[in-house]
Design a protein. Structure first.
Length: 95
């Protein structure tokens, strides 16, 4: 990955995310991720109704989504052979 480029907490300790994916079905973890994103959307909506206040619930769901994104990164890295090149290139195109 490019210097200073960080997608998810995956880079901090990939073994944690590997263990989760190897213990639980990757397809199931994708749905868990979708559920966590839904919960973050719910907290975002509540936050906006309350004057854009960032609540502990919002932060907790944000962290859950970050963890799920790290799991997704692990799944993607296992699926494509050139992830160290492809992911940063895709990331740069999106910026």
């Amino acid at each position: 990955m490019g210097k200073g480029m960080r997608f998810t907490p995956y880079q901090e300790d990939p073994s944690i995310f590997r263990d989760v994916i190897e213990t639980f079905d990757p397809s199931l973890q994708k749905w868990v991720c979708a559920e966590e994103m839904s919960e973050l959307i719910k907290e975002l909506s509540k936050s906006e109704r309350n004057g854009s206040v960032i609540t502990s619930g919002f932060i907790e769901e944000f962290i859950d989504v970050c963890i799920c994104m790290a799991q997704m990164e692990y799944i993607i890295r296992q699926s494509i052979g050139n992830a160290d090149v492809a992911l940063p290139a895709m990331y740069q195109r999106k910026l």
